[in-house]
Write a protein that binds this ligand. Structure first.
Ligand SMILES: [Zn+2]
Ligand SMILES: [Zn+2]
Length: 165
C-alpha cells in the first residue's frame, strides 16, 4: 500500500486512517515460513502543529516449531512504530524522521521491515519447556523417558560430544 500524503501536508488537522492487512506468508525466517496469516496493520498519518506524524500498529501470528521440543507453536506478537514525516530533512538522516520528498509513503515496505526486525529470536511452546531427550527423541513435556539420558541442554550435549571424541 502506497499512501499519497499531499493532502496531509497541505491541510493542518488532516488525518488518513490506515487499516489493512499485509500478506507476509513468503517471509523466510529461522528455517521456515512463520507468518502464515496476514499481518494486521492499523494506524494513521496526521498533520498536527506543523508536523506530520505516522503511527503504525502491527499485529501478527507467528507459527513455528518450539526451539526446544519441536512442537508446532502459535503465538501472537505486536510491534508499534512512530515517526515524523518530512518532505526534506535538514542535516543528518535521523531515526525519528522519514523523508518523503514526493509525498508518497510506501507503507508495505515499512511494515515488512518493522515486522521482520521484530520476529522472535526465541520461540518456545512454554517458558518451562523441557525439550526432547537427545538419547531417544522423546518429548520430555509428555513425561520422562526411559533411555536414561536426561541431558537435554543442546549446548551441554555438544560439549559432551566434543569431550568424548
Ligand atoms: Zn517446547
Ligand atoms: Zn530418552
Amino acid at each position: 500500500m502506497v499512501l499519497d500524503l499531499k493532502s496531509v501536508f497541505a491541510d493542518e488537522g488532516k488525518e488518513i486512517i490506515i487499516d489493512y492487512s499485509l500478506d507476509m506468508s513468503d517471509t523466510d525466517y529461522a528455517g521456515g515460513y512463520p507468518l502464515k496469516t496476514p499481518v494486521s496493520v492499523k494506524g494513521r498519518v496526521r498533520s498536527h502543529a506543523g508536523t506530520v506524524e505516522l503511527i503504525l500498529d502491527m499485529n501478527y501470528t507467528y507459527t513455528a516449531p518450539c526451539d526446544r521440543c519441536g512442537t508446532e507453536t502459535v503465538r501472537d506478537y505486536g510491534v508499534s512504530f512512530e515517526r515524523m514525516l518530512a518532505t526534506s530533512i535538514e542535516g543528518e538522516e535521523s531515526d525519528t524522521i522519514i523523508a518523503v520528498p514526493d509525498m508518497m509513503l510506501d507503507v508495505d515496505e515499512l511494515v515488512f521491515t518493522e515486522v521482520f526486525l521484530s520476529l522472535p529470536r526465541k520461540h518456545l511452546c512454554s517458558e518451562t519447556c523441557k525439550g526432547y531427550c537427545l538419547g531417544c527423541g522423546k518429548n520430555l513435556n509428555e513425561g520422562d523417558c526411559e533411555c536414561g539420558k536426561t541431558d537435554t541442554d543442546p549446548r551441554l550435549s555438544k560439549l559432551k560430544e566434543l569431550l568424548d571424541n
